[in-house]
Design a protein around this ligand. Structure first.
Ligand code: NAD
Length: 358
């Protein structure tokens, strides 16, 4: 199955106004070819921070659904991580290999700037720190710049690794990854750093990517096996680590999955959070909520804004271990899915912040 098919199959089922976004900005510029959407979901805990994704969406509707889901996820991620940030996200509609230009990013920066700091941008899929440098020429509301904290992916990978270890501890009583079969789907920025952590701990690594050269690079450096994208969901593995795009846990894949743990970097791994979160819980698959364990990157951005040291930000990402364990235990104690357990904690914080500001 192609990643985008699963991610956007439900486009028409989205109840836009029920997602409670504060603002959606459609950005278009004929000269640079920019077509983008910025979604500010919630600013109760602080300015909305979330990356910009560049992707060749099949339709504008798909892009809208993606940015709305992703920005909402950022609200929960920032809230559960205890950061004074709200949730937002942007998507640039286009091919990141052929349609980038300095003009396009500068124009995008102007749109970000028009939101007066209620949205702060950063990198996401298809975007790198040099692109953000172009964006920074027209707005100061941008993080992840070269020469500052830069690429958030290494910290994201560290947080995912810590969340994965917490899930192992919860499931098996030991956090060791030694000899555990871990399938990393997508060996891009985050996936690659994750492979490095897994390798150091002696995990049996399986990788999959639609980009052949990415696979070649990893195979040269690490002892790992390769699996075709279509074979992922039937593979034997202990841990499935989705590190490509979202919605890979859906009606088509959930019954096939043979893992006992899902812990990866991709945002919105569950196509339908409520339904698929419950199904995983019923199947006994421990799902480490994506927005919780992939929060290292946003912590890095937060650290850039507030001048927090690298050491401290690694400590913050390391705390993902304990937060994950707490949520998995809450899920068990209250007999609710892990995604619901995480949502309840995030919503509690948002409610508390909202009461404070009244
Ligand atoms: P990336 O673009 O660098 O890497 C994604 C990789 O996935 C690419 O190599 C791509 O070829 C591969 N891919 C795409 N579809 C695939 C498929 N169907 N099967 C196998 N491989 C596939 O992106 P990234 O920065 O590594 O981010 C990965 C995921 O983690 C995204 O969902 C992103 O939103 C999320 N995330 C990233 C960060 C960060 O710090 N970069 C932070 C939080 C969340």
């Amino acid at each position: 199955m192609k990643k985008n098919q699963s991610e956007h199959r439900n486009s028409n089922a989205i109840d836009f106004f029920n997602m409670n976004h504060e603002k959606i900005l459609f950005c278009q510029d004929q000269k640079s070819g920019l077509k983008a959407i910025i979604a500010v979901h919630n600013t109760v805990c602080g300015p909305a921070l979330g990356g910009t994704r560049m992707w060749s969406y099949k339709s504008d509707q798909d892009a809208l659904v993606d940015v709305m889901r992703l920005s909402r996820g950022m609200t929960y991620k920032n809230a559960i991580s205890g950061l004074n940030l709200g949730g937002g996200k942007a998507v640039i509609i286009g091919d990141s290999h052929s349609q980038k230009s300095p003009e396009l990013f500068m124009k995008f920066g102007e749109f970000v700037d028009s939101l007066s700091g209620s949205y702060i941008t950063a990198e996401d899929v298809g975007i790198n720190p040099d692109d953000m440098l172009q964006v920074s020429k027209t707005t100061r509301h941008v993080t992840g710049l070269p020469g500052k904290k830069g690429d958030p992916s290494p910290i994201t990978a560290y947080g995912v690794y810590m969340g994965m270890k917490a899930a192992l501890k919860f499931k098996n009583g030991t956090e060791s990854l030694n000899g555990k079969k871990v399938l990393v789907q997508g060996i891009g920025h985050v996936g690659l750093y994750l492979v490095d952590y897994l390798n150091k701990e002696g995990a049996e690594i399986i990788i999959s990517d639609i980009n052949k050269s990415a696979i070649e690079n990893v195979v040269k450096k690490y002892n790992c096996s390769v699996i075709k994208p279509n074979d992922i969901y039937t593979a034997e593995m202990d841990v499935y680590a989705p590190c490509a795009l979202g919605a890979t846990v859906n009606n088509e894949t959930i019954d096939k999955l043979k893992c006992s743990i899902i812990a990866g970097a991709a945002n919105n791994q569950l196509l339908d959070e409520k339904q698929h979160g419950q199904q995983l819980f019923d199947k006994g698959i421990v799902y480490a909520p994506d927005y919780l364990i992939n929060a290292g990157g946003v912590m890095n951005c937060y650290a850039e804004i507030h001048g927090i040291s690298d050491k401290k930000v690694m400590e913050m990402a390391g705390n993902i271990y304990q937060t994950t364990l707490d949520i998995l235990n809450k899920s068990q104690d209250e007999n609710i899915s892990t995604s619901l357990a995480a949502n309840r904690i995030a919503e509690k914080r948002i409610k508390e912040e909202s009461l404070k500001s009244k």
